[in-house]
Ligand binder design. Structure first.
Ligand SMILES: Nc1ncnc2c1ncn2[C@@H]1O[C@H](COP(=O)(O)OP(=O)(O)OP(=O)(O)O)[C@@H](O)[C@H]1O
Length: 256
């Protein structure tokens, strides 16, 4: 079977009277190394995730999964898409049952994924390890987790179903920098082992530096630079890239 592929073809879209994105082209294929999407606040990063997910319709062009427009997927192909391509935003885990544990959450995600013919990725302990949490967190009630722990558990839960592609929108905003670094390091290893391609949407240049061999810089609705982050920042050709490089002098010096 062909490897799963999520693509944007001359993708335009946004909000009434405001096309935030203007002609995005992008291909994410299962098995590829993680790709970063960076850019200033308001550049349209989250809007891009919404269009790739099909929760917003493009005004022009398309976002496709296996060559079919995601906004038009229905029935079985929609179920396949939802199981194969997971989207995780910074606040996407809501807890309704106070007794529900982390392991219960993994189990529920798997039950759903099995309906689409997917198997589990690995043990609970390894999933937790990939986000730098100890194995005993499996028995913790979700309602008792801190914001940063909850973000990491949400990410581990998305991984539990061994997705082909994982789109992460600011996955570690509530996680302290040392834990974030450790989680990034371990996560890269598990993604590679599972063959899961990840798209990391973030302001966090250090996260992209650690996880993504390539990145796309989004500005004024377009991808204005692509390549290894250090190259993008070392030779800023676009004003917005220059501003971001200047605002991160320490990181930039390190990249040069
Ligand atoms: N629901 C909405 N209705 C109208 N405009 C919106 C809506 N959501 C976002 N926008 C606008 O679209 C533009 C892009 O927003 P988006 O959230 O995609 O940016 P972003 O790059 O993710 O920003 P940040 O890094 O701050 O999260 C911004 O100007 C924002 O104000």
């Amino acid at each position: 079977m062909a490897r799963s592929s999520l693509q944007a073809h001359d993708l335009w879209g946004g909000y009434p009277g405001n096309d935030v994105l203007r002609g995005i082209g992008l291909t994410i294929t299962a098995g590829d190394p993680p790709v970063g999407i960076i850019g200033p606040s308001g550049a349209g990063k989250t809007t891009l995730a919404r269009l790739l997910r099909g929760s917003m319709k493009p005004s022009r062009g398309s976002a496709t999964y296996q060559g079919r427009p995601v906004a038009k997927l229905r029935g079985e192909s929609k179920r396949d898409f939802v199981a194969a391509v997971r989207f995780q935003s910074q606040d996407s885990m809501t807890v309704t049952d106070p007794r529900r544990t982390v392991a219960d959450g993994f189990k529920a995600a798997l039950k759903e994924a099995r309906k689409a013919g997917r198997t589990h990725a690995t043990s609970d302990a390894e999933l937790l390890d990939a986000v730098a949490l100890p194995g005993h967190f499996a028995s913790r009630a979700l309602a008792t987790l801190s914001g940063g722990e909850r973000q990491r558990v949400a990410l581990a839960t998305a991984l539990a179903t061994r997705p082909e592609i994982l789109v992460l929108d600011e996955p570690f905003t509530a996680v302290d920098p040392p834990s974030r670094r450790e989680a990034a390091r371990r996560l890269v290893g598990l993604l590679e082992r599972l063959g899961t391609a990840a798209v990391i949407i973030t302001h966090d240049l250090e996260l992209v530096e650690r996880m993504c061999p390539t990145a796309h810089f989004l500005a004024e609705g377009q991808i204005v630079a692509s390549g290894p982050l250090k190259e993008i920042l070392a030779q800023p050709e676009h004003e917005e890239v220059l501003e971001m490089a200047a605002a991160a002098p320490e990181a930039t010096r390190r990249f040069r």
